[in-house]
Design a protein around this ligand. Structure first.
Ligand code: GLC
Ligand code: GLC
Length: 622
């Protein structure tokens, strides 16, 4: 192991482990340093070269050249060998980071879309062999595409070898999970635990006959939560992470990290120890595989979000990337209401990510949308949080007079008044509705809504992610209801197979596919030529544009200057007072032909670069 890296990261590792395990922390540190030393020794040369390049350019993930794409590998490429065939398509779109889902061997039978993992180190045999995986990774790397893979570290599948051994009586393996002889403890935990899948898998515990025990199962009944109070779990998990890094995975997506630590009397999400787990993982990997970074999948309320990027009382190295679910939720909320005030308020409350970290910005992903509207943010603009969440669920389900959306409910829990939403971007933005009604004007609006949300995601800062199919205006899958294994989970509506016919029409400017493709392609190009969107040391903050329908944000980059983003989320034209001086030559980067950059047609976004040096930064709100 590189002694410099060890010197640099060992203190972080020890601090995290002491926080987790007290006096036993040092012993765990010794084990993890041993694992990292072995991994460093086994690291292939081509990855050492990647390490060196990234140590020389530690902000590679913050560059405005980064554009992400996420897809189920089988639905996009067929199998691992098919990945190489799709590279020209990705390159044409301008993508250089891919997140492939459900790559490692999942549970037999139902597997929560690949999130019940049977073997973390072996690809799904239906997709190919380990050699095929290596070849796919090499092909991506040869084309300068970085790979993000899921690391499902909160739970294993119930047919993972640890679970199998636990059922066969191995005390070591039983200790990796959270097992209970009777309902006494589960009942006490349940008093404070919400249900993630209230309809698919009510409750948080599952009885296992063979074990004669209750098993903690936060998600589905076949996803067994790991017990991080047992340091063996952390060591096993870090060793898997090291192996994945040595395969060439560039970004490990820490699935459901917010759920990893349980504390009695709480909802068992976002516990301080969940951060220590991520920090320990961060430090261990950094010693052996510095090219690999971490993405937090913490789809949590705005107040809990930035902690996963290392923003605590004292800044700490944690994940380099995190999903900006608040920006995503606020984007949809603005489209539903035509108002910018809630988004402005909620996003200004978020602390800035620390310098080394940034967001994954997105419009849709493979999951449902949880309407993470904070009560205090809603109250600050005169709304009731609960009523607004219910409104959004109803609006995007299509049950509201002005709604253009045709989404589906997910996880409806009438007891607590919660409902999330499924559906492709097109479905939620009005394409499906316009097509049903055969209404070309409505279709125009719908396509503009897609453009608007993607222009915010591409211009806010962070790595923007295109969700497979969105670039082609693809609509919901039509077959999921026929499959008994998928029927009960409406998230399958927005997990269609890649549509080669649509892709074939992407250059046809008259088709929906062609129009959306051109819109997203334009964002990619503009972003790449706009150094203001380099995220190194840059921050984005919303500002009050003075117009109720215009959402504005200000990006400040000490190196590249200031960029103003403005989005008219309403359906009539809007003018705002210039947030910066309009000198001759100030142009909307997205539409350089627009003369009056502060007059916005409906559903239009502008990125306006301010010339000259930066004025001093105003203090963030306390
Ligand atoms: C994450 C995944 C989701 C999965 C859950 C449980 O939220 O994105 O698809 O159901 O974790 O693993
Ligand atoms: C995770 C996410 C939650 C999502 C769920 C899967 O729990 O935190 O937002 O809804 O997985 O659908």
């Amino acid at each position: 192991m590189d002694p410099t890296l060890r010197r640099q990261w060992e203190p972080d590792l020890r601090a995290a482990l002491t926080g987790l395990y007290g006096d036993r922390g040092d012993e765990v540190a010794t084990r993890l340093i041993g694992s990292a030393t072995d991994a460093a020794a086994q690291r292939p040369d081509r990855l050492r070269a990647r390490d060196a390049a990234r140590l020389a350019d530690p902000d590679w993930h913050q560059s405005n050249r980064r554009v992400g794409y996420m897809a189920y590998l089988d639905r996009f490429a067929g199998d691992l060998r098919g990945v190489a065939n799709r590279i020209p398509y990705l390159t044409e779109l301008g993508v250089d980071v891919v997140h492939f889902l459900s790559v490692m061997e999942p549970r037999r039978g139902e597997n929560d879309g690949g999130y019940a993992v049977r073997d973390y180190l072996r690809p799904d045999p239906r997709l190919g062999t380990p050699t095929d995986l290596d070849a796919a990774i090499d092909a991506l790397h040869d084309h300068d595409i970085s790979l993000c893979l899921d690391f499902v570290l909160n739970h294993t599948a119930d047919d993972h070898e640890w679970a199998v051994a636990a059922r066969a009586g191995s005390a070591y393996h039983q200790g990796l999970y959270r097992l209970f002889a009777d309902r006494a403890e589960p009942d006490r935990w349940d008093e404070h635990l919400p249900e993630v899948f209230p309809n698919l898998a009510p409750g948080n515990f599952t009885w296992c006959d063979e074990l004669d025990r209750w098993v903690w199962t936060t998600f589905r009944e076949f996803q067994w939560d790991l017990n991080y109070e047992n340091p063996d779990v952390l060591v096993e998990v870090c060793e898997i992470a090291l192996s994945l890094a040595n395969r060439g995975v560039d970004i490990l997506r820490l699935d459901a990290i917010a759920f990893s630590w349980k504390r009695m009397g709480t909802n068992c999400q976002n516990q301080p120890e969940a951060h220590l787990i991520a920090q320990a993982l961060r430090a261990t990997l950094a010693m052996a595989a510095p090219a690999t970074i971490l993405l937090a999948e913490a789809i949590v309320g705005p107040r809990d979000l930035v902690g996963y990027l290392g923003r605590h009382e004292h800044e700490r190295r944690e994940c380099e990337l995190g999903y900006h679910n608040q920006l995503m939720v606020q984007g949809w909320s603005m489209l539903a209401t035509g108002r910018a005030d809630l988004a402005t308020r909620a996003l200004s409350q978020l602390p800035d990510p620390p310098g080394r970290a940034t967001w994954f910005t997105y419009v849709r992903c493979h999951d449902d949308i949880g309407w993470a509207i904070d009560d205090a943010d809603a109250a600050a603009v005169g709304l009731s949080g609960q009523a607004h969440r219910e409104f959004l669920a109803a609006f995007f389900r299509g049950d509201f007079p002005t709604s253009f959306a045709r989404g589906l409910p997910f996880g409806t829990n009438t007891e607590v008044g919660d409902e999330r939403t499924s559906g492709m971007t097109t479905t939620l933005a009005g394409v499906a509705d316009a097509l049903d009604r055969d209404d070309p004007a409505a279709l125009d609006w719908a396509i503009r809504r897609i453009g608007l949300l993607y222009a915010i995601a591409f211009g806010y800062g962070g790595i923007p992610i295109v969700y497979m199919g969105d670039e082609l205006g693809q609509t919901d899958d039509t077959e999921w209801r026929d499959d008994p294994e998928r029927r009960a989970d409406s998230r399958w509506a927005h997990r269609p197979a890649f549509d080669d016919d649509l892709a074939g029409r992407r250059h046809d400017a008259e088709s929906i596919a062609g129009r959306v493709w051109a819109t997203i392609g334009h964002l990619v190009e503009t972003r790449r030529s706009c150094r203001h969107l380099d995220d190194t040391d840059a921050t984005s903050r919303p500002f009050d544009t003075g117009h109720p329908a215009v959402f504005g944000w200000r990006r400040r980059s000490p190196r590249h200057g200031e960029l103003i983003g403005v989005a008219n989320v309403g359906d009539v034209p809007a003018s705002i007072a210039p947030p910066i001086n309009v000198e001759p030559g100030v142009r909307d980067l997205l539409d350089p032909t627009a003369d009056l950059v502060w007059q916005l047609p409906p559903l239009t976004v502008r990125w306006v670069a301010a010339p000259g040096p930066l004025p001093p930064t105003p203090a963030p709100p306390s």
